[in-house]
Design a protein around this ligand. Sequence first.
Ligand code: BDP
Length: 595
Amino acid sequence: MLKPKMTPTRELVNLDGLWAFATDAMVGDAPWTAPLPSGLEAAVPASYNDLFIDPEIRDHVGWVWYQRTVRVPRGWDGERVFVRLDSATHHGRVYVDEALVAEHSGGYTPFEADITELVPAGAEFRLTIGVSNELTNETIPPGELTVDDLGVRRQRVRADFYNYSGIARSVWLHSVPVDRIEDITVTTTVEGSAGVVTYQVDATGTRDVRVRIVDESGAQVGEATGASGQVPIPDVVLWQPGEGSLYDLVAEIVDGDAVIDQYPLPFGVRTIEVRGSEFLINGRPFYFTGFGKHEDSLVRGKGHDDAYLVHDFQLMGWIGANSFRTSHYPYAEEVLEYADRQGIVVINETAAVGLHYSIAAGITGENRRTFAPDAINGKTQAAHAEAIRELIDRDKNHPSVVMWAIANEPATHEDGAREYFEPLIRLTKELDPTRPVTSVNMFMSTPETDQVADLLDVMCLNRYYGWYENTANLAVAEIRLEAELRGWAEKYGRPILMTEYGADTLAGLHSIFAPPWSEEYQVQLLEMYHRVFDRVPEFVGEHVWNFADFQTSAAIFRVDGNKKGVFTRDRRPKSAAHVLRQRWTQVGNDKPKTS
Ligand code: BDP
């Protein structure tokens, strides 16, 4: 789905700002499409949870309603008019006055509604958006709805981050021509000093299509006609980690000399390949340094914020990180566009987190089969397939995206995992044959027990030796970690990436004895992991968990959230940040020497 854009043939009105807001309890039996009665206003984009001081709003389970009036610009007569949401977490419904015009499940991908027939150009209408945060065993991510002893509905999530809900990204009103470009797909290869761009333009109607390729100075460097084809770029400037060189593919549908629709798509020319145990970008072994991140900040929750985007990337640049993973859901499109321009490498993940029903068995006592009719079942798998489709559809053209992670820490050691994952991995590869595919592995899925690893291109491991296991015993943790990594290398011979490792750390807690939670322990744990990484030749990268402290549901092992950040939630460095900076600014994009 193309991001709405202002072009010579398309126009755009941003609908962000303050919207009337109410929970379903506040609306009661009244129709939610009537003016909302609560007197509350909510900021868009932002999760609603932390905006208000009322715990009943913060922990509300079910539908909430956002409302505002919108006027269609009078000049849009004869165009098609759409309302587009960049996301609604987790289910969205869009009403134009009383009419339901769109419904969507999946909290981190966009959807839109064609409202042309309902509102003429120049007219005003009431736009009501419903958002539900309910999660069940058949949604992505999965969760459970329960009712407590007082009859209050509760949402249980199976992920270690707060269930922030609402409209966390922008809302748009946009116009497109009746005959228009609906989608563009660009893939690239390199032949000698030339780049080869393979493109496909999907358009409505039977008009002629032409494309031009324009470099960053605005000079045209290639052109072609037809809905699909190849365009060479002589003396191409490659997109490289650290150098986000981009081109625009300007697609047009034309009628003789008249341009009916125009859409410029930024793209980069680069190649990705997994060869043996190496991860190659532009034919050169790449070593990942960086983080698993979250979209998370004070007050906004998961609300997208360009200021945090710029600041987080500044901090990643300062520390020498060349990459991050969009743990545990697709991030705002602005993040990927910025990564494209900044030359930051991205592992792009679906929202399939929590497909593991006994991960916390030691704490909760719950020990259930994950792949079962009353747990992760065929309907969950269908929702998961749709999540993969929507992610690839949205993000396929971003050069920064070098790999798809289709899940985080599913129970891939349990019976049923192969039947569940094999079709999803196949689907991902069919939808995008150009990028490697992974599923991020958790500690119970070892080289001996894992049932899907042979289907994956890269072994992405989350490991907590020295934290959840061998707590406060880094010497033993070092031996266990190395033994396991060598086990993966020996069995599969594929690249191994540590997608999570780290320790909860209370900023400001110091101790000469370096106990868990102290800044010293975080430093010593990371240094121990790095010694091991540098001894394993198949190792291709390190993503510390997490970039910054983040909010979670209340739990006895969480102190106002997860504190494994290298930066605090307000982005101040802990001691570990300086240690990482020293290592990563030296390592660059190359693997540290194996000792
Ligand atoms: C991993 C999860 C991550 C958690 C982390 C932790 O992938 O979401 O936040 O552990 O416990 O299991 O800190």
